[in-house]
Design a protein around this ligand. Structure first.
Ligand SMILES: [Zn+2]
Length: 484
C-alpha cells in the first residue's frame, strides 16, 4: 500500500463528469493523463451537497452520520424542527442541543487529531458545509463567508490580505480559497489533509443551466485557475509527495417542471397521516410532537404517489417499509448501513422524482421532474437519477496509476478509508466505504455484484456491491419498462 504524508482534496461542487472535455476544461482533461480517473464514482443518496460533505468526511452513509438531507425536520429542534444545513449556526445549535451529536460519526478531522495530524479547509461554499468538516477542530479554516465566531480565524485570514466580500464574483472567491491552500495550508507540515471546496460550477449550473454559455465560461475559468494552482504547486515543490483527489460531490439534471412536493400533495387523497408529516424537498418528515404514522394510514397516499408521472420511486423509513407495498426500504440505498441513533432523523417517506435521458436546450442529457417550486432553477440535483448521482473523480500522486480510467464502482464514501490507508491510520468499524486500492494496484479486480430490487414490476433500485461497500446506481425512472 502506498504511503504519503499529505493529501489534497479539491472539490468542484456539482461538476458533471461528462462535461469535462478538451473544450470545456482542457487542463483538467489533460491532468487525467497523469492520474486515474474513476468513471463510476457516485454520490450517496440523496445527492445533496451537505449530505456529501458529511459522507465524505466520515466515510459513512447518511443512515449512519445523520445528515440525511440539505433541509431536515428534527424533533430535537422544537416547534417547526426545521434545520437548514447550509447555515453553520443552525448546525451548531443542533450540536449544542444534542451534546455534540449534530454529526453522529467521527469525522476525518478528529481521526487525524487523534494521531497528532491536522485537517485544513479553504472553501467558498456555504458556512454549514465548511463547518461539518471542522466542527470540533475549527483552527485552520478559511471561508470568505464567515469566521465562525472564532477570533483566531480572523487573524488567519489577515495573512492572506484583503478578504473578498461573501457576495463577490465566485471566481474571485475561488482564487482566494486556492491561495489559502497554496500559501497557508499545503506548506504547513502539521497539516496532513487540505480540503479545497469551491462552490462552482454548481452555482452557475443552478441559475443558468447545464451547457449554457455562462456554465461553459465558468468551467473554462475554473480550469484556468486550476492550471495556475497546479503550476504554483509544482514550482514550490509542494506536489512531489502529495496525494491529490480532484472531485465533485454530485451531478446535475435539467428540471422539466417545477412543483414542490408540498404543492403536489394538495391533490393527494385526504388521509389523517398527512397532517402528521412535513414535506421538505423530496422528503416527508414526521412533524415534531406528532406520532410516527401507522403504515395503514399511509396506504392510500402511497398508491396515489405511485400513479403520479412525476414519481420515480417511493422510499419508506426502514420501520415502515415492510408494511408499505410498492415502496423501497430506505436502508437499501445505503446497502443497509444504518445506525440506530440516526433512524429518528430519517423521513417517513422519500419521493425520488422521475427522470429520463432527454437532452436540454443545450444538448446536455438528463431531465428530471424536480420537486421544487424555485422556478428560477435551471439545473438541480437530489434525485435517484444517474445524472445526479454520478460525480467526477480523479486521483493523482506518487504511486497512483497514470493515464488510466477505472470502471470499478467507487463513491464519496470511499474518500476517508482511502486517505486513512495512505496516511497509515486505522478507521472505525462504522466506516462503510472501501480503500480505493485499484488506484495503486493495476492488477486489482475486486468482486462486483450487481443488485436489483423491485418492490413492484414497474419500480426498481439498481446498485453494485463491491466487497463490503454498496453503491446506488439509480432509482427507477418513469421509463423503467422501456429501459429493460
Ligand atoms: Zn454540491
Amino acid at each position: 500500500m502506498l504511503r504519503v504524508q499529505r493529501v489534497l482534496l479539491l472539490v468542484l461542487d456539482g461538476l458533471r463528469p461528462d462535461l469535462v472535455t478538451p473544450e470545456t476544461m482542457p487542463f483538467l482533461f489533460s491532468l487525467e493523463q497523469q492520474g486515474m480517473r474513476l468513471r463510476h464514482y457516485s454520490a450517496a443518496y440523496p445527492p445533496h451537497t451537505r449530505v456529501q460533505v458529511a459522507t465524505m468526511c466520515t466515510g459513512t452513509y447518511p443512515g449512519q452520520h445523520g445528515i440525511i438531507s440539505n433541509v431536515m425536520v428534527l424533533e430535537d429542534l422544537g416547534e417547526d424542527g426545521l434545520l437548514d444545513t447550509s447555515d453553520y449556526r443552525q448546525l451548531k445549535a443542533l450540536d449544542d442541543l444534542t451534546q455534540g451529536q449534530a454529526l453522529l460519526q467521527l469525522p476525518l478531522a478528529d481521526l487525524l487529531a487523534a494521531h497528532g495530524k491536522r485537517l485544513a479547509v479553504a472553501a467558498t461554499g456555504s458556512t454549514g458545509s465548511t463547518w461539518i468538516w471542522v466542527r470540533t477542530q475549527p483552527y485552520r479554516v478559511v471561508n470568505p463567508r464567515s469566521t465562525f465566531g472564532i477570533a483566531d480565524l480572523v487573524s488567519l485570514r489577515e495573512k492572506l490580505g484583503e478578504v473578498p466580500e461573501p457576495n463577490a464574483d465566485s471566481l474571485e472567491l475561488a482564487r482566494y480559497a486556492l491561495a489559502a491552500a497554496r500559501d497557508l495550508f499545503l506548506p504547513d507540515p502539521e497539516i496532513a489533509v487540505t480540503v479545497v471546496w469551491l462552490n462552482e460550477p454548481d452555482a452557475t449550473y443552478h441559475f443558468t443551466g447545464l451547457g449554457s454559455p455562462e456554465s461553459l465560461t465558468i468551467q473554462r475559468a475554473l480550469d484556468a485557475l486550476l492550471e495556475r494552482f497546479f503550476s504554483d504547486l509544482v514550482n514550490r515543490g509542494l506536489l512531489d509527495d502529495l496525494l491529490v483527489f480532484v472531485l465533485s460531490d454530485h451531478g446535475h439534471s435539467t428540471p422539466h417542471r417545477h412543483h414542490s412536493l408540498r404543492e403536489l400533495l394538495r391533490e393527494a387523497p385526504t388521509t389523517p397521516a398527512l397532517k402528521h408529516l412535513v414535506p421538505a424537498a423530496d422528503f416527508l418528515f414526521r412533524r415534531p410532537g406528532e406520532p410516527f404514522p401507522k403504515p395503514t394510514d399511509l396506504h392510500s397516499l402511497i398508491d396515489w404517489l405511485l400513479e403520479q408521472p412525476w414519481v420515480g420511486a417511493v422510499l419508506a423509513h426502514p420501520e415502515l417499509a415492510p408494511d408499505l407495498p410498492g415502496t423501497l426500504d430506505m436502508g437499501l440505498v445505503w446497502g443497509n448501513r444504518l445506525e440506530p441513533a440516526a433512524l429518528h432523523r430519517l423521513p417517513a417517506l422519500a419521493v425520488s422524482p422521475s427522470w429520463d435521458s432527454k437532452p436540454n436546450a443545450n444538448g446536455i442529457p438528463g431531465s428530471v421532474a424536480a420537486l421544487t417550486d424555485q422556478v428560477a432553477l435551471r439545473s438541480t440535483h437530489g434525485a435517484g437519477s444517474p445524472f445526479d448521482l454520478r460525480a467526477y473523480a480523479l486521483l493523482l500522486g506518487p504511486g497512483i496509476q497514470s493515464g488510466v480510467s477505472s470502471a470499478i464502482p467507487a463513491g464519496v464514501v470511499d474518500i476517508v478509508p482511502t486517505i486513512a490507508a495512505t496516511l497509515g491510520l486505522d478507521t472505525p468499524p462504522s466506516v462503510a466505504g472501501r480503500v480505493l486500492s485499484e488506484a495503486f494496484d493495476p492488477g486489482r479486480q475486486p468482486a462486483l455484484q450487481r443488485k436489483v430490487v423491485r418492490p413492484r414490476p414497474d419500480r426498481y433500485l439498481r446498485g453494485t456491491q463491491v466487497e463490503n461497500t454498496f453503491y446506488l446506481d439509480e432509482l427507477s425512472s418513469a421509463q423503467a419498462d422501456e429501459d429493460e
